[in-house]
Design a protein around this ligand. Structure first.
Ligand SMILES: [Zn+2]
Length: 196
């Protein structure tokens, strides 16, 4: 089941009943956020899907009403107990924008994995069970639109799971696309699911 929540659809300035641009997508308990305008934490809190399971934040472009909420959200993800890396994806300029904004949210308890998309580049990026592609769109600075697909789940490979010493009690969660932590190891579904 795919849940999509338009957290905010406003522009320029957050209003009491209309938040800035942000969209949350949830599948099997894992989430992707697209854009993060100022105050995005508030509608995320209101929708009650939690913060910890956000695996990636995708940016369409770097105007403040699409990215101004990033530093606060990164800190909240840290406070939610996140330790797994967080993927940030966006058009050219991502590194510079994130470096600037994280001056006020340093020392996060997890790593940021930045994927800066090239101009006219076509590739598919996989995060959790989300397959992400993009195209360039017109705006007065680099801007992209995203396409997110869910692929049919692979077959659970029992032998691989045994070889990796994964207890049976975790198999179902991996099969549903969840990343699990085993002591100091992080096991992702791709490690135990084979193509059908
Ligand atoms: Zn804009």
């Amino acid at each position: 089941m795919l849940d999509v929540c338009l957290l905010g659809t406003g522009g320029m300035m957050p209003l009491p009943d209309r938040w800035l641009t942000s969209l949350l997508i949830r599948v099997n308990g894992r989430m992707i956020l697209i854009d993060c305008g100022e105050g995005t934490q508030i509608p995320i809190k209101m929708v009650e899907w939690g913060f910890k399971a956000i695996d990636a934040i995708l940016f369409t472009h770097y105007h403040a009403d699409h990215i101004g909420g990033l530093p606060g959200l990164l800190l909240t993800l840290g406070n939610s107990g996140r330790e797994e890396p967080l993927t940030l994806i966006g058009p050219p300029g991502l590194k510079k924008a994130v470096e600037g904004l994280t001056v006020i949210s340093p020392e996060l308890p997890y790593n940021l994995r930045l994927i800066e998309l090239g101009n006219n580049e076509s590739r598919e990026i996989c995060v959790s069970n989300f397959y992400i592609r993009h195209i360039s769109v017109e705006h007065n600075l680099p801007c992209v639109a995203y396409c997110i697909e869910l692929k049919r789940q692979g077959k659970f490979d029992v032998e691989r799971a045994r070889a990796l010493d994964i207890p049976v009690s975790y198999w179902n969660r991996l099969q549903k696309g969840e990343i699990i932590r085993l002591e100091d190891r992080s096991i992702s579904p791709e490690m135990v699911l084979s193509d059908r």
